[in-house]
Design a protein around this ligand. Structure first.
Ligand SMILES: NC(=O)c1ccc[n+]([C@@H]2O[C@H](COP(=O)([O-])OP(=O)(O)OC[C@H]3O[C@@H](n4cnc5c(N)ncnc54)[C@H](O)[C@@H]3O)[C@@H](O)[C@H]2O)c1
Ligand SMILES: [Zn+2]
Length: 349
């Protein structure tokens, strides 16, 4: 005997991303803003001047990647239970990618899933983390190993928040912007070469182009079965660098910047990128004071650490190699010898 559950349905998860001054928003439901003390201190009064709801609560969790964990998720969930949130209630993620990922994850599991909205406040979260519906948290086995795909109902990107962002954090966001331009959008890359991102209008335009580029990729491959993986350009190398430096020396975007340079050198050796193109990418990263060199002390151990990357399957490592500017190849067939020769060039800094 067999019973068939007919679940074939088309789900429309589409949503809009607004890149502009935050509009006034009213919600006829219970709403909780999830944030941290730093972001709240800087910008909560501005957010509250724009938002009204039937009932409005603020939930704060400690600031930092080290608090992107189960305890913070529990803090959020307990507050929702205490305030008797129901399935029509809404969460608003108000902060950088850490807050965005955790708020999204909490909303994906609270009563099997409620709606949430993203109001990202770092450049990295505005161009990358808030777009595409990846949510999650870290545990002792690694970063982002627990989570869900849960798309927000809307994203509101207000560049005004970036005026208080420290320079290094800004640069880390630029690294992810460069990542999208190099892999998918040559004209955007050329725009960035000419652009002065300290000009608010130019910055807003750059955010728009980055978000559009990522949105197009996500629309093609929401769950990362194929092309979306290309957005991990620079990350296979970058994760090793973060790991070797114990997540202390570099911000994530900075490690990705070095990782992109390493990936470019691999592409050059494989004959799919010219020296000149690799140089142009390096110069663009340097323009934002991003690190482009790194001292690989032990190439063998660097190579072994690739295998700790969760995006690798048992026997192969996936590399995202840019093909010229605006193209990309996803491959798990990259010769060890070739990689070691790339890493050897990073031996002395
Ligand atoms: N879901 C995704 O697709 C995706 C993509 C990329 C990154 N991420 C995740 O995003 C996280 C990194 O995000 P991040 O770089 O925004 O880090 P973050 O959230 O830790 O923010 C960086 C720092 O800036 C502070 N901050 C936030 N807004 C500020 C403002 N306007 N002015 C001054 N300070 C401000 C934060 O409190 C924090 O101290 C990682 O956990 C990463 O895994 C997720
Ligand atoms: Zn990244």
């Amino acid at each position: 005997m067999q019973v068939n559950i007919a679940l074939k349905k088309v789900v429309d998860n589409s949503y809009n991303i607004t890149i502009d001054t935050l509009p006034k928003l009213h919600f006829d439901t219970k709403v909780a803003i999830v944030t941290n003390p730093k972001v709240a201190g800087l910008h909560l009064s501005y957010l509250l001047s724009k938002i009204s709801a039937k009932e409005l609560y603020i939930i704060t969790v400690p600031d930092g990647e080290e608090y992107k964990n189960q305890e913070s998720i529990d803090t959020i969930l307990e507050s929702l239970f205490n305030h008797r949130f129901n399935r029509k209630s809404l969460l608003i993620a108000f902060g950088g990618g850490v807050i965005g990922d955790m708020t999204g994850y909490a909303s994906s599991i609270y009563q099997r899933g409620i709606d949430f909205i993203q109001v990202p406040t770092t450049l990295l979260s505005q161009v990358d983390a808030s777009v595409g519906g990846k949510t999650g948290m870290n545990n002792s086995y690694g970063k982002n190993l627990i989570g869900a795909f849960h798309q927000p109902k809307a994203v509101y990107i207000d560049p005004l928040f970036l005026t208080t962002l420290p320079k290094r954090e800004f640069g880390a966001g630029v690294a992810e912007i460069v990542k999208m331009a190099v892999t998918f959008n040559k004209s955007f890359f050329e725009f960035l070469e000419r652009a002065d991102l300290s000009n608010p209008d130019v910055l807003q335009d750059a955010i728009k182009q980055a978000v559009q580029t990522k949105a197009d990729v996500v629309a093609q491959d929401e769950k990362e079965h194929g092309i979306r993986a290309a957005l991990n350009y620079g990350h296979t190398f970058g994760h090793v660098i973060e790991n070797e430096t114990k997540y202390k020396k570099y911000l994530h975007g900075e490690a990705v910047a070095i990782g992109m340079v390493m990936a470019n050198n691999t592409s050059v050796k494989m004959g799919i990128m010219s020296e000149n193109e690799a140089q142009r990418i390096k110069q663009l990263l340097e323009k934002y004071n991003l690190p482009v060199s790194y001292s690989v002390e032990d190439t063998e151990s660097f190579y072994e650490t690739f295998y700790l990357d969760k995006k690798s399957s048992d026997s192969s490592i996936t590399f995202i190699l840019p093909v010229g500017l605006g193209g990309v190849e996803i491959t798990d067939r990259c010769e060890k010898e070739l990689l070691i020769s790339v890493l050897n060039e990073f031996g002395e800094v």
